[in-house]
Design a protein around this ligand. Structure first.
Ligand code: NAI
Length: 289
């Protein structure tokens, strides 16, 4: 199966790595050459680490890299049977991208989005053939996280959900069926996890490190809410909260915070920019991953 992936950021690169490791030819597309170079280097690094840990052979690392093609040209998607999008969390931009994809691919090619919060039905509605549209939502980092939410749109043809669940199993993932509601399963629950933690910080009840410590040491979570938001990125995390809040018709349970909006607008995006709730710049002591 030939696969196209749009967006070579954290998620797109991770998903491309997973698909290429599973033996597919993967065309990974981004709008800038810099993003593609970063993705290629990141995937190589990630594969090397897996090889060091004995989870992949050197041959498998080589074969995976050979399966990957990096491109800026939608024409390369012509032979794809599945095209999955992992670009910026913005409905209009994503809809525009699928229009471009549909002008290139065959009528049978499945279209999928990795959106965290937008309705799959809204994305499908902008397509000429909405019945071949589905949500496939991975978690970060995609090569390590096993859970994948599979979300049929209202328009999705019968049978496609099962086909995608089977494909995810072939990729070594644990697919779970989720309904097309804002945030699906995990991101809906997670909004309250992040939102309540930020509210406690704003109320001066405890600082970020204390809340993170309590949640990991006492609560048994692998990461605390602040370390996790810094890992995800405040651009991504803020937009997802805003989108879930809007999609739930402004239900105050999902209200975004000014604290995170300020971090986002200041460019303090977390690990990827060197600063977020914590300081990751040289000389600083960031929290344990
Ligand atoms: P990112 O910011 O790391 O990467 C986005 C990439 O898309 C960038 O390389 C950018 O150049 C590219 N891009 C943006 N607009 C484009 C366009 N019009 N055409 C082609 N490329 C374009 O973002 P990330 O974290 O990978 O998120 C991507 C998507 O995945 C979002 O929808 C997000 O909600 C979702 N997601 C994010 C997760 C996370 O933990 N970061 C987890 C699961 C889903």
């Amino acid at each position: 199966m030939i696969i196209g992936i749009i967006g070579s950021g954290a998620m797109g690169a991770g998903i491309a790595q997973v698909a290429a490791t599973a033996g597919h030819t993967v065309h990974l597309l981004d709008q800038t050459a810099e993003a593609l170079v970063r993705a290629e280097q990141g995937i190589q690094l990630s594969l090397n680490k897996l090889a060091e840990k004995g989870k992949l052979t050197a041959e498998a690392v080589g074969a995976t890299m050979t399966n990957l093609q990096f491109t800026k040209d939608y024409q390369d998607f012509a032979g794809c049977e599945l095209v999955l999008e992992a670009i910026v969390e913005d409905l209009a931009t994503k809809q525009q991208v699928f229009k471009q994809v549909e002008s290139v691919v065959s009528a049978e090619c499945v279209l999928a989005s990795n959106t965290s919060s937008l309705l799959i039905t809204s994305l499908a509605a902008a397509c000429q053939r909405p019945e071949r549209f589905i949500g496939i939502h991975f978690f970060n980092p995609a090569p390590l996280m096993q859970l994948v939410e599979v979300i049929p749109a209202v328009q999705t043809r019968l049978g496609l959900t099962d086909e995608i669940k089977q494909l995810m199993q072939q990729w070594g993932k644990l697919p779970v069926l989720a309904q097309d509601t804002p945030g699906f399963i995990v991101n809906r629950v997670a909004r309250l996890f992040y939102g309540e933690a930020i509210r406690m910080l704003e109320e001066g009840l405890a600082d970020a490190a204390t809340i993170d410590w309590a949640m990991t040491e006492l609560g048994g979570f692998r990461m605390g809410p602040f370390a996790l938001m810094d890992f995800i990125g405040h651009d991504v995390n803020y937009r997802v909260t805003e989108s879930v809040f809007t999609a739930f018709f402004y239900d105050p349970r999902y209200k975004p915070s000014f604290t995170q909006k300020r971090l986002f607008e200041a460019g303090y995006l977390g690990r990827k920019s060197g600063r977020g709730f914590y300081d990751y710049r040289e000389g600083a002591t960031p929290p344990e991953p």
